[in-house]
Design a binder for this molecule. Structure first.
Ligand SMILES: O=C(O)CCC(=O)C(=O)O
Ligand SMILES: [Fe+2]
Length: 343
């Protein structure tokens, strides 16, 4: 990979944490060991691989296969499910170069999805942004597979948040009781095609440097690679490891922990491998209406404001208010046109 810069990968590679004990939930000592591994990973990197997660491998294979079938369709056909058609629900397909990071197009196409809510759900009737029905492409089996996958990984998200609570010496249900009994789940399926960029386009990355907005991102990626994580020692490749997810913490967890855990910047290099790269991030976030507050009693971080070196120059610690407000402010920057049309 051309932009790979890690020279001393062994000391800087990201940890793999087997979370089987958290799922089994029958051995307090083993659960504590996992919580300590999570704490170390969140303190040092903000990124870790998860193995032993229990999500069905056959379901993952089916999701990958059907997603490839979708992206192989003509662009014109894929545009039948374009995001503009979902309005405020913020769902559907966006074409190559259609999403911006820091004002520049990313070299990816994708399908935006989330918790499936019916037209008569109160939040949909109230036209709540990012809530609504999905635009499921008419690939046989795709809808059910996506819904099953979102359910399975959301369940994993609840377990991981229990582990994160324990890692902070909080009761396991800390986040559930305050923020995630009804979490905001956004799910994306991305294709990074191995395709040249036309000379007149200002494209550099698959996805430019950024942090994620919410609590926890649970990412499935295929075998191509390209995700890189910013560490104090430089950019590190998050090399694919079969059978694992990659987890990273988002801005809201940094805010809640007063910077004790950081939302670590990451990016994806442009795919030049000759084969499409697929990735599937699921964002496990606080309820849209939840007010985010710092957690009492954590170790104090002297100066948590790192806005000067952050990709968006934002100070997440200055944010007060509903998670939904924070999210909308961010999302409107990555899809400015859509914001104009539907908000
Ligand atoms: O595709 C990837 O590997 C990462 C995508 C990502 O960082 C994001 O969607 O926030
Ligand atoms: Fe991300």
């Amino acid at each position: 990979m051309t932009q790979s810069v890690s020279s001393d990968v062994s000391s800087r590679s990201l940890p793999v944490i087997d979370v089987g004990a958290l799922i089994a939930a029958d051995n307090a000592k083993a659960m504590q060991t996992v919580a300590e591994q999570i704490r170390d990973a969140c303190r040092v990197h903000g990124f870790f691989y998860v193995s032993g997660h229990g999500v069905d491998g056959e379901l993952i294979e089916r999701l990958d296969l059907l997603s490839r079938r979708f992206f192989a369709l003509d662009e014109q056909k894929k545009m039948r499910w374009r995001m503009a058609l979902a309005g405020r629900a913020w769902r559907g397909y966006f074409p190559l170069g259609g999403e911006l990071t820091s004002g520049r197009p990313d070299w990816k196409e994708g399908l935006y999805l989330g918790t499936e809510l019916a037209e008569d759900h109160p939040l949909v009737l109230a036209a709540t942004p990012v809530h609504g029905r999905n635009l499921f492409p008419d690939i046989p089996g795709f809808r059910d597979t996506i819904l099953q996958y979102m359910n399975a990984v959301t369940a994993l998200g609840h377990v991981l948040m229990q582990g994160i609570a324990s890692s902070l010496a909080l009761p396991p249900a800390y986040f559930y009781e305050r923020y995630t009994a009804d979490p905001l789940i956004l799910f994306r399926i991305f294709n990074y095609p191995s395709q040249d960029v036309p000379g007149d386009l200002d494209v550099q990355w698959g996805v430019g440097e950024h942090t994620d907005y919410g609590l926890l991102t649970i990412l499935l990626q295929d075998q191509i690679g390209g995700l890189q994580v910013k560490t104090p020692g430089g950019w590190v490749d998050a090399t694919p490891i079969p059978g694992t997810f990659i987890c990273n913490i988002g801005d809201m967890l940094e805010r809640m922990t007063g910077g004790w855990y950081r939302s670590t910047a990451h990016r994806v290099v442009r795919n030049t491998s000759g084969t499409d790269r697929l990735s599937f991030p699921l964002f496990f976030d606080p309820n849209y209406f939840a007010e985010v507050h710092p957690i009492d009693g954590l170790p104090q971080v002297p100066d948590p404001d790192d806005s000067a070196s952050r990709w968006d120059q934002a100070n997440v610690h200055a944010f007060n208010g509903k998670y939904g407000d924070y999210l909308l402010n961010k999302v409107s920057k990555v899809f400015p046109q859509l914001k104009q049309d539907v908000l």
